[in-house]
Ligand binder design. Structure first.
Ligand code: NAP
Length: 240
C-alpha cells in the first residue's frame, strides 16, 4: 500500500513513536494525518506540527464516546495506526490488579475498539490497520509480565483481525519493535533504536506489503533466533 496521498490516523501521536509516525507519514506524502492525542490539541513533540495536513483529534482510546466522535469525523480514513500504549513494570505474581486493567484497557481493548470504530471507513476506503505490538509479545520478559500479556493478546487479536478483514480487502500489519528510545523505557539501560528509524521501517514495511514488521536491529535479530528455537529466547528473557 502506497503512503503517498493516503489519509492516516495515529493514536498516541503526541510523542515518541507516535510523533515519529506522523512525521514519517508527512515525509512520504500522506495527504492528511489525524494526530490523535488523549489531551485535546496536544501535538506534543511532532516536529512538523504546523504542517497543514495535520488534523489534531482528541482521542482517548479507552473512551467509547471519543471513538464514536472521531470515527464520525474521519470517514476518509485509509490507514489506522494503533500506536497508543502503556507499560507497567513488575512481576505478574504481585502486580496490582490496576496494572492489569491499565495495560489491557489501552493495549488490548483500546486497539480492539479503535479498530472496530474505524472499520466502516477502512472497509469503504479499502484501507489498512497497523498495530504497534512489541517483540515481547513473542516471548515474555517476566519483569514486564503484565504488559507482555496485554500485547500477546493484542497479537492474537491482530491475527484474527487479519483473517476477518481479508474478506473486506483491508490489510492488517503487525509491528514488533525491540527496545526503542522513548519515555516508555526511560531509565532502562540497554541499546535502543531511535523512534524515527522505527517509523521509517514501519512505513517501508507497509509499502512493501510485509504483514509482520520487525523495525529495528534488536527485533530482526531476536526474531531470527525465535524462528529457529523460541525456547532459547524465552530462557534469555527470563534471565534478564
Ligand atoms: N519504547 C519501546 O521500547 C517500545 C517497544 C515495543 C513497542 N512499543 C510500543 O510502541 C507504542 C508507542 O510507545 P512509545 O514507546 O512511543 O511510548 P510513550 O513514549 O510512552 O508514548 C505512549 C503514547 O501512548 C499514548 N497513550 C497512552 N494511553 C493512551 C490512551 N488511553 N489513549 C490515547 N493515547 C494513549 C500516550 O499519550 P500521553 O502522552 O497522553 O500519555 C503517548 O502518546 C506503544 O504501543 C508501545 O507499547 C514501544
Amino acid at each position: 500500500m502506497n503512503i503517498e496521498n493516503t489519509v492516516a490516523l495515529v493514536t498516541g501521536a503526541n510523542r515518541r513513536i507516535g510523533a515519529a509516525l506522523v512525521e514519517a507519514l508527512l515525509e512520504r506524502g500522506a495527504s492528511k494525518v489525524y494526530a490523535a492525542a488523549r489531551r485535546e490539541g496536544d501535538l506534543g513533540t511532532i516536529p512538523s506540527k504546523t504542517d497543514r495536513r495535520i488534523v489534531p483529534v482528541h482521542l482517548d482510546v479507552t473512551n467509547a464516546a471519543h471513538l464514536a466522535r472521531v470515527a464520525g469525523q474521519a470517514g476518509d480514513l485509509q490507514l489506522l495506526f494503533n500506536n497508543a500504549g502503556v507499560l507497567n513494570f513488575g512481576s505478574v505474581l504481585d502486580a496490582p490488579s490496576t496494572a492489569f486493567s491499565q495495560n489491557f484497557d489501552v493495549n488490548f481493548y483500546g486497539l480492539l475498539y479503535a479498530t472496530r470504530a474505524f472499520a466502516p471507513a477502512l472497509t469503504r476506503n479499502t484501507g489498512a490497520v497497523v498495530n504497534i505490538l512489541t517483540l515481547v509479545a513473542l516471548a515474555s520478559m517476566p519483569s514486564l509480565g503484565v504488559y507482555n500479556a496485554s500485547k500477546a493478546a493484542a497479537w492474537s487479536l491482530t491475527q484474527s483481525l487479519r483473517g476477518d478483514f481479508a474478506k473486506r480487502g483491508v490489510k492488517v500489519f503487525s509491528v514488533f519493535p525491540g527496545a526503542v528510545d522513548t519515555d516508555m523505557l526511560k531509565g532502562v539501560e540497554m541499546p535502543k533504536t531511535a523512534p524515527a528509524h522505527v517509523a521509517a521501517e514501519v512505513l517501508a514495511g507497509v509499502e512493501a506489503n510485509q504483514e509482520d514488521i520487525f523495525p529495528d536491529p534488536m527485533a530482526k535479530a531476536l526474531y531470527a533466533q525465535w524462528t529457529t528455537g523460541h525456547k532459547a529466547i524465552e530462557h534469555q528473557f527470563a534471565a534478564m
